[in-house]
Design a protein around this ligand. Sequence first.
Ligand SMILES: Cc1cc2nc3c(=O)[nH]c(=O)nc-3n(C[C@H](O)[C@H](O)[C@H](O)COP(=O)(O)OP(=O)(O)OC[C@H]3O[C@@H](n4cnc5c(N)ncnc54)[C@H](O)[C@@H]3O)c2cc1C
Length: 395
Amino acid sequence: MDLSYTPEELAFQQEVRDFFEANLPEHISAAVRSGTELTGEIMQEYHKILSAKGWLATTWPKEFGGPGWTPVERHIFDVESNRYNAPRIVPFGLAMLGPVIQNFGNEKQKKEVLPGILSAEDWWCQGYSEPGAGSDLASLKTRADRDGDYYIVNGQKTWTTLGQYANKIFCLVRTKFDGKPQEGISFLLMDIDMPGIEMRPIRLIEGGHEVNEVFFTDVKVPVENLVGEENKGWTIAKFLLTHERTGIAGVGISMQAVEELKALARTVKRDGKRLIEDPLFAARIARVETDLEAMKITNLRMLFQAQKQGHPGPETSILKIKGTQINQELRDLARRALGASAAPFPGHVTDGNLALTPPDAAANAARYFNNRKTSIFGGSNEIQRNILTKTMLEL
Ligand SMILES: Cc1cc2nc3c(=O)[nH]c(=O)nc-3n(C[C@H](O)[C@H](O)[C@H](O)COP(=O)(O)OP(=O)(O)OC[C@H]3O[C@@H](n4cnc5c(N)ncnc54)[C@H](O)[C@@H]3O)c2cc1C
């Protein structure tokens, strides 16, 4: 099998490189390189740069304003954007809600919701998880009671990523209280500034403010904000999750992380020798790099399959598990290379013996701690194994 790029794909790769050379501002790539938390302004600025080029909605079909890329072109864009230290595209509107509206939304919703995502004017966040409903999502309790032309929403969501920058939220709510839990869930769109919505920050282990909890008290939501049919939201919820998992594999991020890890292992010295010359450490790098090469192929194979059938299937759980394992192993090796300097906050780094400046050490440490999340969100890796067992082995 010939896995090299075709001349057209190589030309596309060059076009992407030229684009990043000319259009990615240094302050944005410097912020990504630093490993510190990106501000909402930086993420929005990057989204608008891509939007102006027509490259923001990388997975959307042309009819909805996407670039109509093939899976290989999307892969090339992913790899190059990481190589140039571009931020990750915030997925909630683009990779999650967009496909939902395209497949389940009515014409009015397509007209009203999709342009705001495509222009990067609207920032959506995801209101799925609740304090008592994470892995067991169907047990969610946030309720929407019908009152004439409105739903009255009460309850709480949690772990709402980047909700502090969002002006909109899509939520799973309970609209039926008897029968099977899955058959009483609906998918509702809300504006964050609706009276009765309150957002509070949750701090992550490395100190970042990336997630929030959201409280709903008698929030009046027009019935026209319902996507699909009442009580049929579970089908939409599952459709969205398969899209979410495809993106979490993070091939481009891990390819960049391998390069950074090798650079680190060439810099750091143990017992007078460079760490890369330690056969045990070098073997661990080689093993994770081999895994990554295998996942690149699997990722492309699944992207092609998704393109053929029109949507990703349950096999995206494989990408989610393997992709996050690889990424966490890479960050773990970087942490090991740093030794005592692997403290999560810049202020904690005092070890002057390493051939690293403290800010580099802090960035690596922060990435290690921050990446503990990847095997949990989007459905934990244990839950992905359950999905694979049930759906692929047809148990
Ligand atoms: C950083 C971060 C960002 C997130 N962002 C969002 C967001 O934007 N929007 C959103 O809605 N949610 C978000 N989440 C929530 C995420 O989807 C949940 O954390 C996840 O689904 C796990 O649910 P839980 O935290 O309630 O853990 P639990 O469901 O309580 O699970 C606890 C542990 O038990 C294991 N477990 C549970 N059930 C089973 C089972 N049946 N078989 C085997 N093992 C099991 C789990 O794997 C886990 O290890 C985010 C989470 C994190 C950490």
